[in-house]
Structures are given as C-alpha cells and as structure tokens.
Write a protein that binds this ligand. Structure first.
Ligand code: COA
Length: 165
C-alpha cells in the first residue's frame, strides 16, 4: 500500500557544481511562477535558463541547497547583509524546505557579524511576502531596485529587514 510521507526535516548543504543545471531549472520555474506576471516583460526576456546558470555559477561559493545530491528542492544565497535569492521547487512549497534555507541563511549572516539583514521582494509577490513575515522579517518600505544582470531595468520592490543580533 502506498503511503504519503510528510517531510519534517531537511538539511542545508553547500551546492555541488554538478547540480547547477538542476538548480537553474528550479530558479527558472520559480521565476515564471512568482515574477513573470508582475515584472517588466523586457526583464522576463533576459531571464533565460542560461542566465540563471551563469548567475548560479558566479554565486557557487555562497550557494546553499536543501535536498539530497541529485534531488535538491531549493536553494538560497546571501551576499554580505543581503539575502539575494531563495527559491524552492513547486512540489516543495508548503514544506520545511524554504524555512530551513532561510534559517541557514540567517545563521550564516549572523555568524559573519551582520546585525540587520535585508532583502528585496517584488511588489505583488504575496506568497513570498507572507513567508518572510511569518519568519520575522518586517516590511520597511517600497523602493526602486535594479537586480543583477537586469540590463539597467529597475522596478519597485518591498524592502524587508530582520535584526539578527
Ligand atoms: C517564496 C518561497 C521560497 C516560500 O516558500 P513556501 O514553502 O512557499 O512558503 P510557505 O508555504 O511556508 O509560506 C507561504 C505562505 O503564503 C501563503 N500564500 C500562498 N499563496 C498566497 C497568496 N497568493 N497571497 C498571500 N499568501 C499566500 C501560504 O498559505 C503560506 O502562509 P501560511 O503558512 O500562513 O498558510 C516559495 O514560495 C518560492 O520558491 N516561490 C517562488 C520563488 C519566489 O518567489 N522566491 C522569493 C523571491 S523574493
């Protein structure tokens, strides 16, 4: 008889270069789900699978993933005091995956001496906003933001902050 197993624990680990393609797929799909409908179409045209691969390669040293090698279900990376990217696959949403990743990211920033961390969340990404607020992040304003490799395209984001110390 088949049985549904609810995953209640996951471990975060450094990414392996061999899983960049897989993680780029998670990023591409998550971007389509969360951002394609609310961000400028010209940005969507730049957000190809290749562009995500390149950015993941560039972030490899800071890249953390959940899920077994070959079966990662999400990733996150931070840059100094910024939580830059947090994506989990559609099948892992609502599980402990994203919560485990953000706890790891916060711990790493805290250990690095960051007092207040920040992140940019596209205006209208309600699921992500709810997730961050649930985990103690506070919306401090709406600001213009130009993400990496955006070709100069700017858009409004909600700035979230969390005191870590
Ligand atoms: C953002 C993300 C990492 C959060 O992980 P998650 O596993 O989906 O988060 P959770 O399910 O724990 O929390 C999401 C909350 O939003 C709620 N929610 C879902 N859809 C919603 C909507 N349209 N509006 C408001 N809240 C919504 C959920 O019910 C849940 O709240 P609850 O626990 O009080 O019921 C994940 O959704 C994701 O990867 N999304 C695509 C990429 C993305 O947007 N990344 C963030 C970029 S800033």
């Amino acid at each position: 008889m088949s049985q549904i197993v609810r995953v209640t624990e996951m471990h975060v680990r450094p990414a392996d270069p061999a899983e960049i393609d897989h993680l780029a797929g998670i990023w591409y799909d998550g971007w389509q789900d969360a951002h394609a409908g609310i961000l400028p179409p010209e940005l969507a045209r730049r957000r190809t699978l290749d562009s995500f691969r390149d950015r993941l390669r560039a972030a490899l040293d800071d890249l953390r993933v959940v899920g077994l090698p070959g079966g990662a279900v999400g990733f996150c990376f931070v840059r100094e005091d910024e939580l830059c990217q947090l994506y989990v696959s559609a099948t892992a949403r609502g599980s402990v995956a994203a919560a485990t990743l953000i706890a790891d990211a916060e711990a790493r920033m805290r250990e690095a001496g960051v007092e207040t961390a920040w992140l940019a969340c596209a205006v209208g990404n309600e699921r992500a906003a709810r997730f961050y607020e649930k985990h103690g992040w506070r919306r401090v304003g709406t600001v213009m933001h130009q993400p990496d490799d955006s070709g100069g395209i700017e858009f409004e984001v909600w700035r979230y902050e969390k005191r870590l110390r």
